[in-house]
Design a protein around this ligand. Structure first.
Ligand code: FDA
Length: 394
């Protein structure tokens, strides 16, 4: 038999980065907060993030580094809770950190320190945390949200959806946020795996034999481009440049890789003047890993010394190397996606408080919402910023 309701000011569903920061913020404002998660441990994705060191923010955070049907939505929250705010918290808890590259801040020690910090902040706000508690029912009546979890029922005038997206289901990730949002009249932008390796088939399959080869490229999809490392895998393409571009790629579209981003126009014709006896593959080996240079040389099918190749053919080879086209046949899916793009539509939410416009007291934050950051600490910054915005409002 369910016990009678326990009353709170706020119930937060999901003890990931967004839910923990929201609960701590609201608790420290004097709100009575209940935080519920079905997983046995809080902040599991924080623990595995950044190779166990958690890339907890990016100092270059700006709204244009986020994908959303409404590119303006994230501005307010990101502007009010910034990377410096989170860094101040990290420093207050004496967590040593360093900048790795491209503004990415990581713990020197372990990502577990970030989880411990957030749990301490929740404790400071008197937050009740119930882990390992599957949610069995949610109702709304008389301006109260009633959440049944196991044999208990709790009620509050505010309910925060912070249950993330479905990427990495084996860690307890679900599409629960979307079902709940739809039930309360919010729309959901079609969710898709993002920051995810791409798979190759057809003619491109030959590149799969180069598994393990990595090189710096510029990856293009439409007008978007990222310069970082690409990694060839036994299933297709991965590495930071590919993960970044995957968030923009749609089925059936081409992605183009510039394999030689530092070579100036006309470099192969120059090479012909300076080293006429070299082959194309030999010239490529000076700038690329050997196996990749040989494979590209073979596919360009220009045999013999550079001296015997017409400038026109060399210029054409250069153009292909700068825009090598792949048509991925898919992605490695939610099992390998670092995040989910799409999610609860922002047009139904206030960008200042994250509250549903037509459902007073209902809030949505973090990855559950249709705001997806680039690789490199941007997604946690969104989790903190949106969590803080709701934590201030509830
Ligand atoms: P998050 O998914 O973290 O939390 C949701 C919580 O809700 C979970 O605790 C889950 O158990 C719970 N939940 C789900 N369904 C539920 C249900 N039905 N009932 C109850 N509870 C439920 N980002 C970044 O900025 N820097 C990085 O270094 C990395 N690294 C990284 C590595 C890997 C391997 C992954 C998969 C992802 C990253 N990310 C990242 C992305 C980052 O982890 C992600 O954007 C945030 O964790 C999102 O935080 P949320 O709190 O919104 O969701």
């Amino acid at each position: 038999m369910p016990q009678s309701d326990t009353h709170y000011d706020v119930i937060v569903l999901g003890a990931g980065g967004a839910g923990l920061l929201c609960a701590a913020t609201a608790g420290q404002r004097g709100r009575r907060v209940l935080l519920i998660d079905h997983a046995p441990e809080a902040g599991r994705k924080i623990v595995i993030s950044g190779g166990g060191r958690c890339n907890f923010t990016n100092i270059h955070t700006a709204p244009d580094r986020y994908i959303s049907a409404n590119p303006h939505f994230a501005k307010s929250a990101l502007g009010r809770y910034t990377p410096s705010d989170f860094l101040a918290l990290i420093e207050r808890h004496r967590i040593a950190w360093h900048e790795k590259t491209l503004g990415q801040l990581f713990c020197d020690g372990s990502a577990r320190q970030v989880v411990a910090m957030l749990l301490d902040e929740c404790a400071a706000g008197g937050v009740d945390i119930r882990l390992d508690h599957p949610i069995t029912a949610i109702d709304h009546a008389d301006a109260l949200y009633r959440v049944t979890h196991g044999a208990r029922t709790a009620a509050a005038p505010a309910l925060v959806i912070a249950t993330g997206g479905p990427s990495i289901p084996k860690m307890g990730a679900t599409g629960f946020a979307y079902d709940l949002a739809r039930r309360f009249g919010l729309k959901v932008v079609e969710p898709r795996p993002a920051l995810v390796p791409l798979t190759l088939g057809g003619e491109d399959v030959l590149f799969r034999s180069l598994s393990g080869v990595s090189t710096e490229v510029i990856a293009h999809s439409g007008k978007t481009a990222f310069r970082e490392a690409a990694l060839l895998t036994h299933r297709g393409l991965s590495g930071p440049a590919i993960l970044q571009i995957s968030s923009y790629w749609r089925h059936g579209e081409v992605i183009a890789l510039d394999f030689l981003p530092d070579r100036p126009d006309g470099w192969l014709i120059d090479a012909k003047r300076h080293k006429p006896r070299a082959t194309l593959a030999q010239s490529l080996r000076a700038h690329l890993p050997d196996r990749l240079a040989d494979a590209l040389g073979e596919r360009l099918a220009l045999s013999g010394d550079l001296a015997n190749l017409p400038d026109r053919k060399l210029a054409e080879a250069e153009r292909r190397l700068a825009r090598w086209s792949f048509t991925p046949n898919g992605t490695e899916g939610y099992a390998k996606a670092e995040v989910t793009s799409g999610g609860i539509a922002t047009d139904g939410l206030s960008s200042r408080t994250m509250e549903a416009r037509k459902m007073p007291g209902l809030y949505a934050i973090g990855e559950a919402v249709d705001v997806t950051g680039w690789l490199g600490g941007y997604n946690f910054q969104w989790a903190w910023a949106s969590g803080w915005a709701a934590g201030q409002a509830v």
